[in-house]
Structure formats: structure tokens, C-alpha cells
Design a protein around this ligand. Structure first.
Ligand code: FAD
Length: 380
């Protein structure tokens, strides 16, 4: 058993950490305030090859699942919002394509994301959140195209996406067997962006409503076969959970580093607060929880790469533990800053807001516990 990252992974980690410290971290506070979408940084990331790290060489890529997870962690250390944009575009929205699409679709869409095109994953609806099979966006087949009608909500990158992987049903009475997956290009007739949510955190990532109003999707934009959409959606979410775990670890790491530095500097009662046992215990717990969360996350990424799909139980464990550990870490870090943790001159309150979504999207903590328990108990 080897817990060390390979030389390539270490080199990549150093390179991206440096890039994040110089180019991303200084802008995170401004993005948090203004919500402006960081097109300039995305172009720089594309130039650096950061959007290629998730894909095999055969499709122009240059990394693997673990490289991708390291990238998500490091980007999220600088900005949880940019971490969300990155993982939703390069990971979540693309898994339906990388895992299930035909060669022509793979080569087209992977190469576009590598160049910096933005992708989004459209599954959630007003009445279909955790219960994905309740979705009501419907489609009918007509000659050489499909007609979609319905609305998606809360879609990360929905406001900016160049294309969306989205899910609709041909017949609600068929349940999950009626669902199919499509690739929908920006500008497709009948496709528009509706309400943009005002969120608690992960600015500048958008959470948008997508509207399909007699949206005419070419037949070649169907992914795999009709009726396979539920399997495709679940495969994508299972895999993407690992990157949400990495996002949670990255935000926690940022909060922890700030808290350690602050504890050494801040003087109260004539001594650095780092000398107080109450503070030391918080720091010890934070370091231990981040380490455990990272190990679970890297293990799940490593297994995904080895097995070609995400390990259901281990991916859920990584997401559950990392997101809840990140919650505890961010709040302890904020506590170490005292009143300064609560005001916007320091990033602690931003970390606590950004971290919170990792317990909700791509399966709430309750859904992760359900998944883990079903795997252990062998029950449906
Ligand atoms: C900022 C943001 C970005 C998002 N990005 C995307 C995106 O890019 N694409 C996309 O498709 N979706 C996205 N979502 C949607 C997200 O995945 C859902 O919000 C999430 O899955 C929960 O669904 P829900 O909000 O409908 O909550 P509900 O499913 O209504 O859950 C409400 C509560 O009930 C609990 N619950 C539900 N079912 C069970 C159960 N069986 N057992 C125990 N507890 C249960 C939940 O854990 C939760 O506490 C995003 C959401 C947000 C807020």
C-alpha cells in the first residue's frame, strides 16, 4: 500500500497550487461580492491545460481521475465558487459523455471543454430533487429530432453553458425507464435560461433555471439509447460525488491554513492564542479531519480510475465525510478568528458559506447515508 502521490501528481499539484495562489485567490473576494463570471481566468486555465486533466490522451486529455480531483481541491482552496464551475463543467456535465456517449460525441464535446467551453448538467426540477425519477420534463421523437418541454432549476453554469447534458422522460408512467439523456447546445431553438438564483455562497458560479419550450434537439444529440437516461444520470452523479468531496477538502484546507497562521499571530492575555489548549485542540481536530477526508477522497478517485466507474459506497463515504468535516473545520476556523471571522475583511465567513453546498448538491448527506447503508445491508 502506497499513500504517496506519484511524481506526476506531485508536480501537477505544485503547479496548480502556485497558479491558484497567484491568479485565483486574490480575486475570490471580488467574485464573491460581484458574482461576475470569471471568463478571463477560465481562458488562462484553458491555456494552461487545466480543462484537459480529466480526459484520456486519446481524446486530447492529459490526466486521470486523481489529477482531476487534485485540480478541484486546489482550485476550491482559492475559490469555492470557481471550484464549482470547474467540477460541474469538466466533471459532472461531462460524465454522461465520457462514460456513455459514442465516439463522435466524445471527440466533439471533450475537445470543446478542453478549449474552455463551459458545460452544465441539467437534472434537477422543482418537484424532482433527491427523487430524480420524478422528473417531468418530457420529450417526443419527431422524424430526425426530439422535442423537449419542461424546466430545470438550480443548474450550475446554466447561465453561461455552451452546451448542457439534460434529462427528460418520454412517459412518466414508465418511471425511471422512461428517461433519456440529451446534449443541448446553447442557441438551440426553444432553449433559454430563466431565473438566476441569489445564493448563499459559491459565487461566481450561477445556479440557473433552464427552459425547454418546444426545444428542437437533433436526433444525433441523444446519448446512448432512449430509456438509458436514469442510468446515465446516476453514473454521472456517483462519479461526480468524488469531486464534490475534493471541493469540500479544498475549502477546509484554506480555512485551516488561515486559522493556523492567525492563531500564531493573535495575542490575547499576553500570549499568542496558539498557546491556549482550547485553540490547539481545535487545530488538531481540523488537521485530523482534513487528512481523513482527503484520504477517503483520493481513495475513491483512485478506485474510479482503476475500475472505470465510481465505487458507489466509497464515493458516497468520501462525499459524506468530506462535506461534513469541511463544515466543522470551516466553523472552527471562523471561531479561532473570533469577531474577525464573522466580518468580510477576512475570508472565513466566505469559506463557511461556500462549504455548505457540498452537503447538499449531488446528493444530500441524507442520501449519501442511505446509499452507504443500502450497500452495506444489501437492501433496495
Ligand atoms: C447551488 C446549487 C447548485 C446546484 N447545481 C445543480 C446542477 O448543476 N445540476 C442539477 O441537476 N442539480 C443541481 N442542484 C440541485 C441539487 O442537486 C439538489 O438541490 C439536491 O439534490 C437536493 O434536492 P432538493 O433541493 O429538491 O431537496 P429535496 O430532495 O426536496 O430534499 C429536502 C430534504 O429531504 C431530505 N430527503 C429527501 N429524500 C430523502 C430520503 N429518501 N431519505 C432521507 N432524507 C431525504 C434531503 O436530504 C433534504 O434534507 C444544485 C443545487 C444548488 C442549491
Amino acid at each position: 500500500m502506497d499513500f504517496d502521490l506519484s511524481e506526476e501528481h506531485l508536480l501537477f499539484q505544485r503547479m496548480i497550487r502556485d497558479f491558484v495562489s497567484k491568479e485565483i485567490e486574490p480575486l475570490a473576494e471580488r467574485w464573491d461580492e460581484t458574482n461576475e463570471f470569471p471568463y478571463d481566468i477560465i481562458a488562462k486555465m484553458a491555456d494552461l491545460g487545466l480543462f484537459a486533466v480529466h480526459y484520456p490522451e486519446a481524446h486530447g486529455g492529459s490526466g486521470d481521475e486523481l489529477t482531476f480531483v487534485i485540480a478541484v481541491e486546489e482550485i476550491s482552496r482559492g475559490s469555492g465558487g470557481l471550484g464549482a464551475i470547474f467540477l460541474a463543467s469538466v466533471g459532472l456535465a461531462m460524465y454522461p459523455i465520457t462514460l456513455f456517449a459514442n465516439e463522435a460525441q466524445k471527440s466533439n464535446y471533450i475537445s470543446r471543454v478542453i478549449k474552455g467551453n463551459i458545460a452544465a448538467f441539467g437534472l434537477t426540477e422543482a418537484a424532482a430533487g433527491s427523487d430524480v425519477s420524478a422528473l417531468t420534463t418530457r420529450y417526443v421523437k419527431k422524424d430526425d429530432h426530439f422535442i423537449l418541454n419542461g424546466n430545470k432549476i438550480f443548474i450550475t453554469n446554466g447561465g453561461e453553458a455552451d452546451f448542457v447534458t439534460a434529462f427528460a422522460t418520454s412517459d412518466r408512467s414508465l418511471g425511471y425507464r422512461g428517461i433519456s439523456a440529451f446534449i443541448i447546445e446553447k442557441g438551440t431553438p426553444g432553449f433559454s435560461v430563466g431565473k438566476l438564483e441569489r445564493k448563499m455562497g459559491i459565487h461566481p458560479a450561477s445556479a440557473a433555471e433552464l427552459i425547454f419550450d418546444d426545444c428542437k434537439v437533433p436526433a444525433e444529440n441523444l446519448i446512448a439509447e432512449e430509456g438509458k437516461g436514469f442510468k446515465i444520470a446516476m453514473g454521472a452523479i456517483d462519479a461526480s460525488r468524488v469531486s464534490v468531496a475534493a471541493q469540500a477538502v479544498g475549502i477546509a484546507q484554506a480555512a485551516y491554513e488561515k486559522a493556523v497562521d492567525y492563531a500564531k499571530e493573535r495575542q490575547q492575555f499576553g500570549t499568542a492564542i496558539a498557546r491556549l489548549q482550547a485553540i490547539q485542540w481545535m487545530i488538531a481536530d481540523m488537521a485530523t479531519e482534513i487528512d481523513a477526508a482527503r484520504l477517503l477522497t483520493y481513495r475513491a478517485a483512485w478506485q474510479t480510475g482503476k475500475e472505470g466507474h465510481a465505487p458507489l459506497k466509497e464515493a458516497a463515504m468520501a462525499k459524506l465525510f468530506a462535506s461534513e468535516a469541511s463544515h466543522r473545520v470551516c466553523h472552527k476556523a471562523l471561531q479561532i478568528f473570533g469577531g474577525y471571522g464573522y466580518v468580510k475583511d477576512f475570508p472565513l465567513e466566505r469559506y463557511a458559506r461556500d462549504q455548505r453546498i457540498t452537503e447538499i448538491y449531488e446528493g444530500t448527506s441524507e442520501m449519501q447515508r442511505w446509499t452507504i447503508a443500502r450497500q452495506i445491508l444489501g437492501v433496495k
